[in-house]
Design a protein around this ligand. Structure first.
Ligand SMILES: [Fe+2]
Length: 276
């Protein structure tokens, strides 16, 4: 890690009122609302997932049910806000110490900007600054025009799990172009542990190593196969790339997203990795 990156991280951590050692994880990508998408089917299942998130050391999450794509017209902003309020009520009743904020896992679509402006889809934590975008798995789409359109609205895109899209691996120059127009990359914790296969595992570490990915999230759906694995991913990053970077991508930057602050960049772009 370069001196400047380390300085960036420490400056960001020092500005946190509670100090770096006492910080908990923030999860910006989680399918925890009951009955809305392919996450928990019932409130009991949702509460079980939330308990698991707390056990992972997570204190704040953004509920990100799928929006658009195969859930087009199902999970509009008002419905997600109401479901989030209800989950927070139930968490309080059950004495589960987790704060849930509204958001969406928005499938890339040419209507995204219009639907944002008409309050049909959500930004992360309803803050207006970041939107979580899911690329289609079937085909490759260069989303640069959408990213530019979003930038004009002062909204920054966070591309979810780029490591699970093989097409991106073959197009590093396209990924760099997206980063240059203000996009951020979010790696899924379980990809770093190998749960999405060898290709996603290798790509996830490549994105982190090269400094392109600045965020890690659980993308958890349940307490079984797609359970949150933040603590294990943090431990693995800590071991391979050091504690400063682990804290930046798992704690500091996710917290900045929910607070509407700028994400701290990792300015190292290893040219050997780019030309790989
Ligand atoms: Fe997701």
């Amino acid at each position: 890690m370069t001196h400047s990156v380390r300085d960036n991280i420490i400056a960001a951590q020092d500005s946190h009122p509670k100090g770096r050692r006492r910080q908990k994880f923030t999860d910006i990508h989680c399918h925890c609302l009951p009955g809305l998408d392919d996450g928990p089917g019932t409130m009991a299942e949702a509460l079980a997932l939330c308990e698991r998130l707390v056990a992972e050391g997570i204190a704040t999450i953004v509920a990100t049910p799928h929006q658009l794509g195969r859930f087009d017209g199902c999970n509009e902003a008002a419905k997600v806000r109401n479901a989030t309020s209800e989950l927070n009520r139930q968490l309080q009743k059950a004495s589960i110490r987790l704060t849930v904020l509204p958001g969406g896992d928005v499938r890339v679509d040419e209507r995204v900007c219009r639907l944002l402006q008409t309050d049909r889809i959500l930004t992360l934590a309803d803050g207006g600054k970041y939107i979580l975008l899911e690329l289609p798995h079937e085909i490759f789409i260069d989303v640069e025009p959408l990213l530019t359109e979003l930038a004009a609205l002062k909204v920054r895109a966070i591309i979810s799990h780029p490591e699970r899209h093989n097409a991106l691996d073959r197009r590093p120059s396209v990924v760099l172009k997206w980063l240059d127009v203000g996009a951020h990359l979010q790696i899924t914790a379980s990809s770093l542990l190998g749960y999405w296969g060898a290709e996603a595992h290798r790509a996830a570490w490549h994105f982190l190593n090269s400094g392109w990915a600045t965020l890690v999230a659980t993308d958890s759906h349940d307490i079984d196969g797609r359970r949150p694995r933040m603590r294990a991913a943090f431990g693995r990053i800590n071991k391979r790339l050091g504690e400063d970077l682990a804290r930046l991508v798992c704690i500091e930057n996710p917290s900045r997203v929910v607070n509407g602050q700028d994400i701290v960049p990792i300015s190292v772009r290893d040219q050997q990795e780019v030309g790989r």
